[in-house]
Design a protein around this ligand. Sequence first.
Ligand SMILES: Nc1nc2c(ncn2[C@@H]2O[C@H](COP(=O)(O)OP(=O)(O)O)[C@@H](O)[C@H]2O)c(=O)[nH]1
Ligand SMILES: [Mg+2]
Ligand SMILES: [Zn+2]
Length: 291
Amino acid sequence: MSKISGLLTEGFGSFYTVEVDGKLYEARARGRLKKDGIRLLIGDRVTLEKEQDVYAITGIEERKNELIRPAVANVDSIVVVIAAASPDPNFKQTDKLLAFLEYHGLDVSICINKTDLADYEDIKETYEKAGYTVVLTSSESKNDELEELLKDKISAFAGCSGVGKSTLINAIDGDFDRETGSVGKIKRGRHTTTHTKLLPLKSGGYIADTPGFSVVDLTKIEANDLHLYFREFKAYEDKCKFYGCVHTSDKNCEVTRQVSLGNIAKSRYDSYLSLYEELNSLYKTYDRKDK
Ligand SMILES: Nc1nc2c(ncn2[C@@H]2O[C@H](COP(=O)(O)OP(=O)(O)O)[C@@H](O)[C@H]2O)c(=O)[nH]1
Ligand SMILES: [Mg+2]
Ligand SMILES: [Zn+2]
């Protein structure tokens, strides 16, 4: 039979689900793929062939990107979810996550959830000023803006546990029925996020139901490159007096001047300094070990 191509939406053990024009096919990976050391990921564009009575995945298209945790390929957009409260936003952690996603060249936007619980204007202003699209959501309202953002793309939510990612997924489509609530409280009959799956959106596109980015590893970034991943610095860097300025001292630095003028959010700059120090001391540790 002829080859057909589709999207790998779910994988469990050696069983895969491939979607072709809205139809789901159960498939196994052909041995040769394994022999070549190719590990299939959710989000992969694959080729299916019917062999006797079963479908086999016989080929895989080149990936546009590849995330390790969660393991998903070809993601178009990452939505970083922050709660207005409960848990309170952790700016350093959020900015670290954003830098990590920027480093990987991913398209990122921000969703402030639980807007029913606390003021969110400052958070919104901070990230809009940094150049991110910010959408507001709550389980108490209809989240049209978020759904518009997810339309026709493969998206994944990121953010701390408890900010409401699973609740947002359930609100988009009740059939998704993802498990919500505090960790450890297992509600029977619900889907725990143990393996990644692409959930098809009625409006087009998919959302990756993932356990979230629990661990963010910035260690591959050199301290002196960190500024590249704080996107709002870019507009001002040319005006720093010293070539290669890393914006950590206020001497003739345009970035720090813009912080004092309020054009760059203080919390973003504080995160930058703190991450810079973290990376710098890491580098020094490695350096010493080498000697
Ligand atoms: N007040 C309020 N509570 C919410 C909202 N969204 C989620 N929650 C609650 O926050 C808790 C954690 O939500 P969950 O979706 O499991 O978070 P996740 O860990 O990010 O997937 C649950 O008890 C939800 O009912 C919201 O917009 N407002
Ligand atoms: Mg969850
Ligand atoms: Zn500077």
